[in-house]
Design a protein around this ligand. Structure first.
Ligand code: G3H
Ligand code: 13P
Ligand code: NA
Ligand code: ZN
Length: 328
């Protein structure tokens, strides 16, 4: 059944686990994620970006997730708007059956320009009032996602935004976080700790200089009852980089967020863990493998079945490592 983000994360906090929020835009991703969720008895957050909504269409997404909920009646599912950029995006998502929205006021409506604190508080508080009035949950974001190596803000598509930011903008301030949550009444808070979107997060295996998990610990001390969200949490597994590159791909060597760092976050209040890039790489790795091993193949299902299996195994691993398994 569909439930709200608030309901799921309250349960996660009570039982000390984290929940992966996997991005979806098509049926095969939905099926693979739900097979994994059913296989390990896990609740799950399915999230759609603005790009996903325009790719699949709101009507298709709504019916698809309702179909998944009907196919997997024992699993709790949250349908969440990822990176809402204004009131209209968030409110239209709720009208289309989303039970939760992210109002990302860390950036202005263009999702490129870092926003003022006052703008962020005002728009997040306004969206939260509207969402709560109809029973939906809200995730806010404080601090701009981006690289502590380059100082670049992270755009939603994994590219860098213009201009350089300093560490005070790229790392969420615990005192400001306390003020933000009480002023907005949001249900969950996305924080910035040096992660960015896409595959190219770090040029080396991250240490505390470029992945600031200590900031999460400080925020959790200050706000022990707030559900924290980590964006840009793909691990960019080496085996998937190798799979892609073994069959004609040319992804330069890169590093993501090690799963053990996410586990550390979950011990310190992280309840929602956003993952898109790893899912994309799992499917693409198998597409490439089949395309290169079987050049005469032209039935999409022969590509999509192995792609779904690879995604299912990735999702199972995250459910198990995050403690989500067995919690539905
Ligand atoms: O936040 C970023 C997600 O990976 C969504 O990406 O806007 O290309 O669907 P997208
Ligand atoms: P990744 O690009 O690391 O998968 O992050 C996804 C994300 O944060 C979606 O909001
Ligand atoms: Na989100
Ligand atoms: Zn994100």
């Amino acid at each position: 059944a569909l439930i709200t983000l608030r309901q799921l994360l309250d349960h996660a906090a009570e039982h000390d686990y984290g929940v992966p929020a996997f991005n979806i835009n098509n049926m095969e991703q939905g099926l693979a994620i739900m097979r994994a969720a059913q296989g390990c008895d896990a609740p799950v957050i399915l999230q759609a970006s603005r790009g996903a909504r325009s790719y699949a269409g709101d009507v298709m997404l709504r019916h698809m997730v309702q179909a998944l909920a009907e196919m997997y009646p024992d699993n709790h599912i949250v349908l969440h708007q990822d990176h809402g950029n204004n009131d209209a995006t968030c409110l239209s998502a709720i009208r289309h059956g989303f039970t939760s929205v992210m109002m990302d006021g860390s950036l202005e409506e263009d999702m490129k320009t870092p926003a003022s604190y006052e703008y962020n508080v005002e728009i997040t508080a306004r969206v939260t009032r509207a969402a709560h009035a109809v029973g939906a949950s809200v995730e806010g974001e404080l601090g701009v996602l981006g690289s502590l190596e380059t100082g670049e803000a992270a755009a939603e598509d994994g590219s860098g935004a213009e201009g350089k930011l300093d560490h005070s903008q790229l790392l969420t301030d615990p005192d400001q976080a306390l003020d933000f949550v009480s002023a907005t009444q949001c249900d969950a808070l996305a924080i910035a700790c040096g992660t960015s979107h896409g595959a190219y997060k770090f040029t080396r295996k991250p240490d505390g200089d470029i992945l600031a998990m200590h900031v999460i610990e400080a925020i959790h001390k200050r706000l022990p009852d707030t559900h924290l969200v980590m964006h840009g949490s793909s691990s960019v597994p080496q085996h998937l980089q190798d799979l892609i590159n073994a069959s004609g791909g040319e992804m330069p060597q890169t590093y993501g967020v090690p799963v053990e760092e996410i586990e550390r976050g979950i011990r310190h209040g992280v309840r929602k863990v956003n993952i898109d890039t790893d899912c994309r790489m799992a499917m693409t790795g198998q597409f490439r493998k089949i395309a290169s091993e079987k050049p005469t193949e032209f039935d999409p299902r022969k590509f999509l079945i192995p792609a779904m299996n690879e995604l299912e195994s990735l999702c199972r691993d995250r459910f198990e490592r995050f403690g989500t398994a067995g919690k539905t």
